[in-house]
Design a protein around this ligand. Structure first.
Ligand SMILES: [Fe+2]
Ligand SMILES: [Fe+2]
Length: 161
């Protein structure tokens, strides 16, 4: 299904979130290949991605989407996912040592969440929400946060030397 134009800014964020999620799982697999040495740099990138991209994105979904057209279970699932992902991010940002179990869980949860929104949640929005209400979403997102355009926030790809 083609994405409605009002939801495209969020879908573009999801495209990047999936890249981020894959990189997190790859980092977890890179234990022993410089993960400990690069950890302080990686934590800084986490902090930037969280504060400038993911937390504002979560806020937009929670506040700007027309939830009144959907069963409350959809929003509860979204809030629960956001809470769990935020908790994992904060745990990593506060960790002096890389925790590969948390990295892997965060990567998997973030990827699964973005796929659920793209494949299920947004499809339901497009099916159930009248065009006028979707247009109001576009207006709200247009006044939202500035989106990251460089990839400096992406964790590095660590490979065996
Ligand atoms: Fe979300
Ligand atoms: Fe999202």
């Amino acid at each position: 299904m083609q994405r409605h134009e009002s939801l495209r800014p969020l879908s573009r964020d999801h495209h990047l979130a999936l890249r981020y999620a894959n990189r997190l799982v790859a980092l977890a697999d890179a234990e022993g290949h410089g993960l400990a040495r690069h950890w302080s740099d990686i934590r800084l990138r986490f902090a930037r991605y969280w504060s400038e991209a993911l937390a504002p994105h979560f806020g937009e979904e929670e506040d700007a989407l027309p939830w009144e057209y959907l069963d409350p279970d959809w929003r509860e699932r979204l809030l629960d996912d956001h809470h769990r992902i935020g908790t994992l991010f904060r745990h990593l940002m506060a960790s002096a040592v890389a925790d590969t179990g948390v990295l892997r869980e965060l990567g998997r949860r973030l990827g699964a969440h973005a796929r659920w929104e793209e494949q299920e949640l947004f499809r339901v929005f497009q099916e159930r929400v009248p065009a006028g209400a979707l247009a109001r979403v576009a207006a709200k997102l247009a006044h939202g946060h500035e989106r990251l355009t460089d990839l400096g926030w992406l964790p590095p790809r660590l490979t065996p030397n």
